[in-house]
Ligand binder design. Structure first.
Ligand SMILES: [Zn+2]
Length: 297
């Protein structure tokens, strides 16, 4: 697979110090990152600004002795050598608890937390989703059980095994000389333009997906597709495979269901674009670095 030469400009999440795991270790760290998710309200936080490691006894005190409250408990792994644990709770079982707590979904936390802890929270959310989406077998409806030592749920009746789901998708920077193709999404009302993205279809290769999605969304043909980098994106449970492609032919003709507006932009005259916390932001920034006089930060 060809790799874009500017790949070395930036690595996405290079310093991310999370090691996933699914079995509680024999020796636990004295403090833990406790991710508490209520089945109805999302993340429950005592302090919305940040999540810091807490002594285990404080976490247990926070959750109380009520075993009814805790629906599931999952070991997630370590972040910066500190154990991470997910507690799935149902506040209806203990309405007096967490009355003053702050609730948030992943998107809200993305705005609040400028840190890799958000990515661990994203992992916690995926494990929570897996736990509730595969609690019952999709084939025969029987309640599933967790497989020892694996992040898997198995149906004892038919043997179907379900792992946490990851959806591959592509994100592509289409470029024409010193111009970049940016689009505003019609479905997500966000105040920025970005590069094109879309989920892969069964049977497609990465490059076939890039060709199809670009053609469907903006009516343009591309060539010289090459791989850039990847990033896991927990809000959609997708592994974003970043590519760069050169414009080949055609005029921009948008799919209005998907795209509100798309245009070619010069590197020194960009609209508002995503931050460099996302692979989209990193890829756009790499283009700007190459085609403008801006100095590296
Ligand atoms: Zn089954």
């Amino acid at each position: 697979m060809a790799v874009d030469s500017e790949h070395s400009v930036e690595k996405v999440n290079e310093q991310f110090m999370f090691l996933s795991g699914c079995v509680f270790p024999h020796e636990r760290t004295s403090s833990v990152y406790a991710f508490v998710i209520d089945i109805g309200d999302g993340f429950i936080l005592e302090d919305q600004a940040v999540l810091t490691p807490r002594p285990l006894r404080d976490v247990e005190r926070m959750l109380g002795a009520s075993q009814r409250l805790i629906q599931q408990m999952h070991y997630l792994g370590t972040y910066n050598d500190t154990d991470c644990v997910l507690y799935v709770i149902d506040r209806r079982e203990d309405p007096g608890r967490f009355v003053n707590a702050f609730t948030a979904n992943l998107r809200t936390l993305f705005e609040l937390w400028d840190s890799d802890v958000w990515l661990v929270a994203g992992y916690a959310w995926q494990i929570f989703e897996w736990g509730r989406n595969f609690r019952f077998c999709g084939r025969c409806g029987v309640e599933t059980v967790i497989v020892d030592g694996e992040r898997a749920r198995r149906c004892e009746q038919c043997g179907l095994v379900n792992y946490p789901r990851i959806s591959p998708s592509m994100i592509v920077r289409v470029q024409k000389g010193d111009e970049i193709l940016l689009a505003k999404n019609a479905q997500f009302k966000r105040p920025f333009y970005s590069i094109l993205a879309g989920f892969m279809e069964p049977g497609e290769t990465l490059y076939e997906c890039v060709t199809r999605e670009v053609c469907e969304e903006v009516g343009v043909k591309v060539k010289n597709i090459r791989y850039f980098d990847s990033q896991y994106w927990p809000m959609s449970g997708s592994l974003m495979l970043g590519c760069v492609a050169d414009y080949d032919s055609g005029e921009i003709k948008i799919d209005e269901k998907e795209i509100e507006h798309a245009a070619w932009f010069k590197a020194d005259a960009l609209p508002t674009v995503p931050s460099k916390r996302s692979i989209a932001g990193v890829m756009i920034d790499a283009f700007v670095m190459r085609h403008s006089n801006r100095k590296p930060e």
